[in-house]
Design a protein around this ligand. Structure first.
Ligand code: GDP
Ligand code: CO
Length: 391
């Protein structure tokens, strides 16, 4: 793959946020990594090196089986896939259907996939026993939410001994786009100077049908608002207006495990924007840092623009409002959000007829959790399904 080098980088304490980089060439040969005329060439063999050390997490809630299967089929075989489902399990057990589909795929594809259901009692039991009860509700069951699913997946990636973790939504209609996301993760980690790195995908276009023809829109409505406020948060400290953040809501993103395990998270759809907020909180140099090493090594955020368009399930107005509410509330509840910005956020939410979720809890980082023990317990309680590969 050939990637543009970032033309602009915003610095905030130990954090470096790189501006959008485009994919110049999807696939390139060669032996080593080369830089020429502000383009970096990362040969496929180098990308594969990362893929062997990467788990791809797919959060699933009641998505169409054919679409999930397309996503799975697009992920390189070197990656361990971890499907974390919160699909309905009534008379029609959707999780059972998902497992059957995975089993069949693995039979032909001969690769490794783990599948787990968020509401399995074995999962909540294991969480209690490893001393990480923050995902559980008052009845001791894991809460609904994409973030909750993603955190289960990250713990499993750590238990599997992976160094990188990437996320891909299950409702992606174009397998070719999914394939590109994973290749981008692998390529971008080679650009990083630090073991604390994050890669976020920026879609070239999100096609929609408008008056009977295809229209290639650039930004989703929620993304535009979320990005604007994340940029305002940065500007409130640097004193300079910026537009550097363009991937505030990006579900497609990846991290080194070393970064993933020290971040605090916010529930549901707040997780993606809050990752950026928490990176600023922890490593922006505003408050006393908890960890010295990332302060010295620096924390890097890459934003890479795809060649493929992004085509996913349209889930309606209420879903967009929920996402916006989660995202803006997360920025608002940050300890580094200045009062004036809080007021602006409140007005923005009111304009949409939304109340800020100011009592949303923060889910603490999982650095202290014994991930291997967590996995052992899941195996003991039959709460994890391992296809194609036993430990
Ligand atoms: P959007 O793409 O950001 O508009 O949000 P989606 O509704 O498409 O959600 C993103 C991904 O998270 C999809 O693959 C969903 O199936 C999945 N998802 C949504 N809610 C949950 C949940 O409660 N648990 C899990 N494990 N996945 C979820
Ligand atoms: Co979606």
């Amino acid at each position: 793959m050939k990637l543009e080098l970032p033309r602009h980088t915003e610095r905030f304490g130990s954090v470096r946020i790189h501006d959008i980089q485009r994919v110049v060439l999807l696939d390139s040969a060669g032996e080593g990594i080369e830089v020429e005329a502000s383009v970096c060439s990362i040969p496929r063999s180098k990308i594969q090196e990362i893929e062997r050390k990467m788990a791809i997490i797919i959060p699933v809630k009641d998505e169409r089986l054919k679409v999930i299967e397309g996503v799975i089929s697009a992920i390189p075989s070197e990656c361990l896939i971890i499907v974390v489902s919160n699909s309905k399990r009534g008379k029609v057990d959707r999780f059972k259907m998902e497992r059957d589909m995975i089993e069949q795929h693995v039979h032909y594809a001969r690769r490794a996939i783990w599948a787990i259901h968020q509401k399995d009692h074995g999962v909540s039991k294991a969480f209690k026993e490893v001393g990480y009860p923050e995902l559980l509700d008052d009845n001791g069951v894991i809460r609904d939410g994409k973030a909750e699913g993603m955190i289960i997946g990250m713990l499993l990636a750590k238990a599997a001994g992976k160094e990188y973790v990437g996320f891909i939504d299950a409702d992606n209609y174009i397998p070719g786009a999914v394939h590109e996301y994973v290749k981008i993760y692998g390529a971008a980690f080679h650009l990083s100077q630090s073991p604390y790195a994050m890669v976020r995908i920026s879609w070239a276009y999100k096609p929609k049908i408008l008056e009977g023809s295809l229209y290639f829109s650039k930004w989703g409505r929620v993304s535009a608002v979320t990005n604007r406020y994340l940029n305002k948060l940065i500007a409130s400290f640097t004193g300079f207006e910026t537009e550097v953040v363009k991937t505030g809501n990006s579900g497609e993103h990846a991290m080194t495990i070393r970064l993933a395990e020290i971040l605090d998270y916010k529930p549901r759809f707040a997780i993606e924007p809050y990752e950026i907020v928490n990176i600023l909180e922890q490593f922006g140099g505003i408050v006393e840092p908890k960890y010295d090493e990332p302060m010295e090594a620096g924390v890097e955020i890459f934003q890479i623009e795809t060649r493929n368009p992004h085509f996913h399930e349209e889930k309606g107005d209420q879903h967009l409002k929920d996402m916006l509410c989660d995202a803006l509330s997360a920025i608002m509840s940050s300890s580094i959000c200045p009062e004036s910005l809080k007021k602006e956020l409140q007005i923005e939410l009111l304009k949409e007829g939304l109340q800020p979720r100011d009592n949303d809890r923060t889910i603490p980082s999982f650095a202290h959790v014994d991930a291997k023990l967590f996995l052992d317990l899941l195996v003991e309680y039959n709460a994890i399904h391992m296809f194609g590969y036993k430990r």
